[in-house]
Design a protein around this ligand. Structure first.
Ligand code: ARG
Length: 592
């Protein structure tokens, strides 16, 4: 289905042509004076010079041609030569009917859908999740859903950090606590137990303690490095412990991500590609891409047009160990082998931008990817506390995701009960369940409504408010619609039999016009990997709805047909809003 602005531009172009002017002058845009008109065209101004005419004359000529337009309800040529436009009610109705009949509300599917891999989440096994990982999960999940909705094939990969020094630290930390475990007996040849010798809570204590100790005690750190090397070289006991750590940690991660409606298609990690590294390195050497520099193996990636220094991409350290880069390059290789994606998108803290620039250039130069494969970095800013510094717990530590979710739920619960005192009927139990759902919207919308690359302040009180640009406000609007629809059904109405009608007043028309913008918004959100566009759209849509709601008697409308038209508009608004929150990664309760 064509975008509304395309339809309007076409009609306008024909009028320019009919009046003897260039059709291309008829570009219609949203009005920047919404108090005067809905849309505008500035083509007469643009054409004045080549036609050697006053713009207002051109505008008048065009307006005459549009006097009987089916598309425009009002066309006004105003000085010095603008065309102020309103669409006709019948055209708007027709457009909405088409949108309503389409499962994607008029959004066109791509001619050639892309296969996209999204690398997001990126938690480090057995290390506490910090809020940076929260952002990656929330933004990545939404980008995945948006691209899927728009019609691409998308694979989400969590890309676990499961191979670094933190694994060695965990192993020796465990050894300190339980030195007699069979895993540490190098002469042991039997099977290892199936049960992990620790719980997730123990694991959560082990890493921070071992990490702190390694910072003070160089010998301890050396031991951790040694354990890491043993693990990487395949020492049986270390590998077996590593498996346990991975399993316990992943089970916990899955539980936490599930609370946030975050789901990955692939649970791969750094460890999966280690076996590809030796051949990849040999290839880079043989083809002359990699060379030695101060003992290390590097690939130069600087380009003549660079305005800032881009250091070489290091493939192996001087001791022969591989690095974060090496693993990322091997992961690209594996992804190309297994999935042949058209695009790989990385949703990672923007402080890693230069790093990814090096990796991408290196992957291109060494032909790990095809020339047409796009590698995109979607870098996000920091989530700060109210003090403007990176978000911490009150005690100044790393905020566990679980605690952040719990705090948000508690605050939401409190606000829902507060609302109840003002006359909402809801049991404690239901309030608890509703708080869980609404808390997800508060957290996610609070994050996603900011442009990803910007830093933002985590403000629990604001994010959980039912008023303003917040998730709970959007959900409140949706449940308001749902409750009216439920009442309509209660009065014997049938939602399958309602039909849209032409708008009866300004606020209804404004709501309808807002709905027509769905497809261009969604296409742009996908194109620009920008969930915040979905947020600002549903905020405007919710405002338009609430304004309309306050101006209109819906259930008390006596005229059957008019009432049916209003209900049909509510159904469409609800469906568009619910589609949007679904791509943002949260849902709405039935009532609240
Ligand atoms: N685990 C990494 C970190 O905590 C993030 C991983 C990002 N993805 C990647 N392919 N490097 O910083």
């Amino acid at each position: 289905m064509k975008k509304l602005l395309e339809e309007l531009t076409e009609e306008m172009g024909q009028a320019f042509a009919a009046a003897g002017y260039d059709k291309d002058l008829g570009k219609v845009t949203l009005s920047n004076r919404p108090d005067l008109c809905e849309f505008q065209c500035n083509g007469a101004m643009a054409g004045a010079r080549s036609y050697k005419k006053a713009p207002i004359m051109i505008a008048n000529d065009v307006a005459v041609k549009l006097a009987d337009s089916q598309v425009f309800g009002a066309v006004e040529a105003v000085a010095p030569g603008f065309l102020n436009l309103k669409v006709s009610d019948s055209f708007l109705l027709h457009y909405l009917e088409e949108m309503e009949a389409d499962p994607k509300f008029g959004l066109n599917m791509p001619v050639s859908p892309k296969k996209i891999i999204i690398d997001y989440g990126g938690p480090n096994v057995a290390k506490p999740l910090h809020v940076g990982h929260l952002r990656s999960a929330v933004i990545g999940e939404s980008v995945k859903r948006i691209c899927r909705y728009v019609g691409h094939e998308v694979i989400g990969d969590v890309h676990l950090g499961d191979w670094g020094l933190q694994m060695g630290l965990n192993i020796i930390g465990l050894q300190d606590r339980q030195p007699d475990l069979v895993y540490f007996d190098e002469s042991y040849e039997g099977e290892y137990p199936k049960e992990a010798p620790f719980t997730i809570s123990e694991l959560e204590e082990i890493y921070p303690a071992a990490s702190a100790k390694s910072k003070e005690d160089p010998e301890y750190k050396a031991r951790a490095m040694e354990a890491t090397v043993k693990l990487q070289n395949g020492v049986r006991g270390h590998r077996a412990l590593w498996r346990h750590i991975l399993n316990v940690s992943v089970a916990d991660l899955k539980k936490n991500y599930a609370k946030l409606n975050v789901e990955f298609d692939l649970w791969k990690g750094e460890s999966n590609v280690q076996e590809l590294i030796p051949d990849m390195v040999a290839y880079m050497k043989e083809e002359g891409y990699a060379h030695e520099s101060e003992g290390a193996l590097v690939v130069d990636v600087k380009e003549e047009t660079d305005t800032k220094e881009i250091p070489p991409c290091m493939i192996l350290k001087s001791d022969g160990a591989s690095l974060y880069n090496t693993t990322d390059l091997a992961t690209i290789l594996e992804r190309m082998n297994l999935y042949q994606p058209d695009e790989i998108i990385y949703v990672v803290d923007k402080r890693q931008e230069l790093y990814f620039e090096q990796v991408f250039r290196c992957a291109r130069k060494t032909k790990l990817v095809k020339p047409g494969t796009e590698l995109k970095f979607l870098g996000f800013g920091t989530m700060n506390g109210k003090d403007g510094k990176p978000f911490k717990t009150r005690e100044g530590g790393v905020m566990r995701l679980e605690d952040l979710i719990r705090d948000t739920q508690e605050e939401m619960y409190r606000k829902i009960l507060e609302g109840r005192e003002k006359g909402h009927e809801i049991s404690d139990e239901e309030a608890g369940l509703v708080a869980e759902t609404v808390a997800v919207s508060a957290l996610k919308y609070g994050d996603l409504s900011n442009q990803a690359s910007k830093d933002y302040v985590f403000d629990l009180d604001r994010f959980t408010s039912f008023e303003g640009d917040t998730g709970p406000y959007i959900l409140y609007t949706i449940t308001r619609i749902k409750s009216i629809l439920a009442k309509y059904k209660g009065q014997g109405g049938n939602l399958a039999q309602v039909t849209l009608r032409e708008p009866q007043n300004e606020s209804e028309k404004a709501l309808m016009l807002q709905l027509t913008q769905f497809q261009s918004m969604m296409a742009a959100a996908c194109e620009e990997l920008a969930p915040h566009k979905v947020c600002s759209y549903i905020y405007d849509l919710s405002n338009a709805f609430n304004h309309f709601y306050h101006e209109t008697n819906i259930l008390r409308e006596e005229d059957q047909e008019k009432r049916s038209g209003l209900i049909a508009l509510l159904v469409l608004t609800r469906d568009v809003l619910e589609t949007c929150i679904d791509v943002l990664g949260f849902g709405a309760p039935e009532r609240m």
